[in-house]
Design a protein around this ligand. Structure first.
Ligand code: TRP
Length: 331
């Protein structure tokens, strides 16, 4: 049996270069080795009360971008969470064994409650239960998550274990966190501070057109230039070189390193080259985004196929869970 890998994707936020070269490229490779489930977590998004139009638009956009980035709906199971009502049912059932105290102590809950004090809803509190339902509904072995999601995964294990103990069964597996370790390429941002993220002026998005990419890179933070040969690079310049390292040829990287070390570097030239090489990488994906975006039939075909595959697995789980719990039909 192939290992089951499952990943939930937030429905907000477009893919940036860091997402693509990091987790998404790993997903694309992984789908051929494991039995992969990828879904867009639109139920989870409701905790922040998006408008209906925004919610629908962002779910569609995320689907389009992941397809363009190379997730193959024929190979993996790619679906939208709300297309699988069994997830909501399992969430209800798991909620009966999730305790107020432990939910209130969750870091992500406390953080969100602080961020949106006017909207501390029950969905926010039970977010980890819904996430557990997402995972155990397909009996996932591995869940690729970032550091910020590890506690939620720990809770999923706890809820799975608790269910097994409560009903004296060995039914649910305990999913383990999977981080790609060294394989995960980390892309720094353009504003001279740490990782590429969503914040303004820091990220390059797969949906950005060439002009936007050029503009963003030309505006990237640098310093006033080296004054002594072989001097240490500032964080911001180091960041540009790290991106160059990944998107450009060895010769190009060498060329600019030499220029830096001999204090002859012009950051404008470095940025121009970097922009061209980033565009070379993004342009074909950007083109795919546009093609898929304009093909509504294809999008609906993919969504339907994903829903059918995901439901086949989820329906079976819910039948078994109902039987274990004692919810048995009288007709
Ligand atoms: N909470 C995850 C995030 O914010 C998204 C998510 C929802 C998820 N359900 C999941 C991730 C199940 C992994 C497994 O990124």
């Amino acid at each position: 049996m192939r290992e089951i890998v499952l990943s939930g994707i937030r429905s907000t936020g477009n893919l940036h270069l860091g997402n693509y070269l990091g987790a998404v490229q790993n997903f694309v490779k992984m789908q051929h080795d494991s039995n992969c489930f990828f879904f867009i977590a639109d139920f989870h998004s409701l905790t922040t009360h998006p408008t209906p139009a925004d919610l629908h638009k962002s779910v569609r956009q995320v689907l389009v971008e992941y397809l363009a980035a190379g997730l193959d709906p024929e190979v993996s199971t790619l679906y939208i969470q709300s297309d699988v009502p069994e997830i909501a049912e399992l969430y209800l059932l798991l909620n009966m064994n999730a305790y107020l105290g432990e939910l209130e102590r969750t870091t992500s809950f406390k953080e969100k409650a602080r961020k949106q004090p006017e909207n501390v809803n029950a969905g926010l509190l039970t977010y980890p239960v819904l996430m557990a339902a997402d995972i155990v509904v397909h009996h996932a072995d591995k869940v690729p998550v970032g550091k910020d999601q590890e506690q939620n995964l720990e809770m999923a294990r706890k809820f799975a274990r608790r269910f097994n103990n409560m009903y004296s069964v060995d039914y649910f597996k305990e999913p383990v966190a999977y981080n790609f370790g060294k394989e995960l390429i980390k892309i720094p941002g353009l504003d001279g501070t740490g990782k590429m993220g969503k914040s303004e002026g820091n990220g390059i998005f797969l949906a950005d057109d060439e002009k936007t990419i050029r503009k963003k890179i030309m505006r990237a933070v640098t310093d006033s230039g080296p004054t002594e040969p072989n001097s240490q690079m500032s964080e911001s310049v180091k960041n540009l070189f790290s991106i160059l390292d990944i998107v450009s040829s060895k010769d190009t990287v060498e060329y600019f390193k030499e220029k830096y070390n001999s204090c002859e570097i012009r950051y404008g030239d470095l940025k121009k080259q970097l922009a061209e090489d980033v565009i070379k990488l993004i342009a074909p994906i950007n083109k795919r985004i546009q093609e898929i975006d304009s093909n509504t039939d294809y999008i609906s075909k993919v969504a339907r196929m994903g829903a059918e595959k995901a439901r086949a697995s989820a329906v079976k789980t819910l039948q078994e869970v109902r039987e274990i719990i004692g919810i048995r039909k009288f007709y």
